[in-house]
Design a binder for this molecule. Structure first.
Ligand SMILES: *Cc1c(COP(=O)(O)O)cnc(C)c1O
Length: 365
C-alpha cells in the first residue's frame, strides 16, 4: 500500500495543527485578539522596505540587532538585568528554537522528558529529531510534584527536560523552587528548558525563570512573540541561556534561517513593545472572569496563568466542540479526555462563547 519509503513512525501520523475553520469567533490557538495598531504597521512597513532594498544579499546570519533588542526587552519585562545579546537565540517561532535544542542536545540514543498533559508539539519535535520521548505525569490538579519529577528524571536519564510555565493546555504555572530543584538535580547531565510562551500573562509578582540563569549554565528560557506580543504571524520565538549553550544552537541551525524580512518585522514590533503588550492586563483580567463564569456554570476549571482556560468535564467533548462550531465559535479539543480549551478573546468574543455554551448546556439537560 505504501508507495513511498516514509519512516514508520510518521507513515500513519497526522500533521500537527488545530482545525482552522473560518468562523466569526476563533478561540482555538491562543492568539492575542487585537491586531497591531496603525503606527506599528507603519513601522513594520518602513523597516521591511529598507530590508527589501537589500534583498539581493543574505540576511545577518547572527541577527545582532535583533538579539540586542530581545535582550533589552527581556530585561525590561522581567527585571533581570544581566541578560546580554550573546545569551539570546531566535528562530521562526519558539517551536523552531525547541527543534534546535533537541538537534543539539537530543538525538538518537538520547531521551527527552516532559510531564503530561502538556504541549503536544514536544512529542513531535522529539520524533523529528529521533529523541526518545519518556514523559512523566502531572498531578490531578495539573501541578508538577517536584519529588516525582526528580525521581522520573533519575530513572529515565534524559539529556533534555522541558518545563513549560505556564503549561499548555492547562495554564498551570510552575513555582521557581520546583524549577530550581530540578535544575540542581540535572547539572552537567541535562539541559533544562523552561518554556515561557505565556509568561507575560502570569500573575503580577510571579518571577520568571530568567532569574535562575545566573545560577544554572544548563538552563534555558524560551519565549515567543506569538501570544501576548500579538505577533503570531511574524513567526519569531527566542531563548535566553548561557553563551556556551547558545553556541551549540548556532552550530545546528540552517544558514540564514531568519530572513531579513522576519528580522525587520520583529525589530519594528519590538520598537513598540509597550503598545504590542498594551492589552495584556485586560486579557489577564478577562481570563479570570472567564474562569469564574465557567466555574459558576458548574464546570471544573484548571487554574490558569495563561491566555486560555481548560474546562471540563464533558461526557462528550467532541459534541460540545461541534455544537459551538455550529454557532460560529471554534475552541480547541485538546488535553485530557473530557476537557476543552478556550482562548481569551475580545470582550464580545468571550461573551459570545459563554452564551453559546450556556445554550448547549440547556439542550443537554
Ligand atoms: C504556542 C506555544 C509555543 C510556541 O509557539 P511559536 O508560535 O512557535 O513561537 C511554545 N510552547 C507552547 C507551550 C505554546 O503553547
Amino acid at each position: 500500500m505504501n508507495r513511498l519509503p516514509a519512516r514508520p513512525e510518521i507513515a500513519a501520523a497526522q500533521p500537527y495543527g488545530a482545525p482552522h475553520p473560518d468562523v466569526p469567533v476563533r478561540l482555538n490557538v491562543n492568539e492575542n485578539p487585537y491586531p497591531p495598531p496603525p503606527e506599528v504597521v507603519e513601522s513594520i512597513v518602513t523597516r521591511v522596505r529598507r530590508a527589501a532594498a537589500g534583498a539581493n544579499r543574505y540576511p545577518d546570519r547572527d541577527f545582532g540587532e535583533l538579539r540586542s533588542a530581545l535582550a533589552d526587552y527581556l530585561i525590561r519585562e522581567s527585571g533581570v538585568v544581566n541578560i546580554g545579546p550573546e545569551m539570546i537565540w531566535a528562530a521562526n517561532g519558539s517551536n523552531e528554537v525547541l527543534l534546535h535544542v533537541l538537534q543539539a542536545f537530543g538525538g538518537p540514543g538520547r531521551t527527552v522528558v516532559a510531564f503530561e498533559p502538556t504541549y503536544s508539539m514536544y512529542h513531535e519535535i522529539a520524533r523529528g529529531t529521533f529523541t526518545a520521548w519518556r514523559p512523566g505525569r502531572l498531578e490531578a490538579d495539573f501541578s508538577l510534584d517536584a519529588a516525582h519529577g526528580i525521581r522520573h528524571i533519575d530513572k529515565v536519564k534524559p539529556t533534555v527536560v522541558l518545563l513549560p510555565s505556564p503549561n499548555a493546555p492547562t495554564g498551570t504555572p510552575l513555582p521557581l523552587a520546583t524549577i530550581d530543584a530540578i535544575a540542581d538535580q540535572t547539572g552537567g547531565r541535562a539541559v533544562v528548558v523552561v518554556d515561557e510562551a505565556y509568561a507575560e500573562f502570569r500573575r503580577p509578582g510571579r518571577p520568571s525563570a530568567l532569574q535562575l540563569l545566573d545560577k544554572h549554565p544548563h538552563l534555558a528560557v524560551t519565549r515567543t512573540m506569538s501570544k501576548a506580543f500579538a505577533a503570531a504571524g511574524v513567526r519569531l520565538g527566542y531563548l535566553a541561556a548561557a553563551p556556551e549553550l547558545v553556541g551549540y544552537l548556532r552550530t545546528v541551525r540552517l544558514p540564514y534561517h531568519l530572513s531579513a524580512i522576519t528580522q525587520a518585522t520583529a525589530l519594528a514590533a519590538l520598537d513598540h513593545a509597550g503598545t504590542m503588550l498594551g492589552q495584556v492586563a485586560e486579557l489577564r483580567e478577562r481570563r479570570d472572569r472567564l474562569a469564574a463564569a465557567l466555574a459558576a456554570m458548574g464546570f471544573e476549571v484548571a487554574a490558569s496563568e495563561a491566555n486560555f482556560v481548560l474546562f471540563g468535564r464533558l461526557a462528550d467533548r467532541h459534541s460540545v466542540w461541534e455544537q459551538l462550531l455550529a454557532r460560529g465559535v471554534v475552541i480547541r479539543e485538546v488535553g485530557p479526555a473530557g476537557w476543552l480549551r478556550v482562548s481569551v478573546g475580545s470582550e464580545l468574543e468571550t461573551l459570545t462563547f459563554l452564551r453559546a455554551l450556556a445554550e448547549i448546556r440547556k439542550e443537554l439537560e
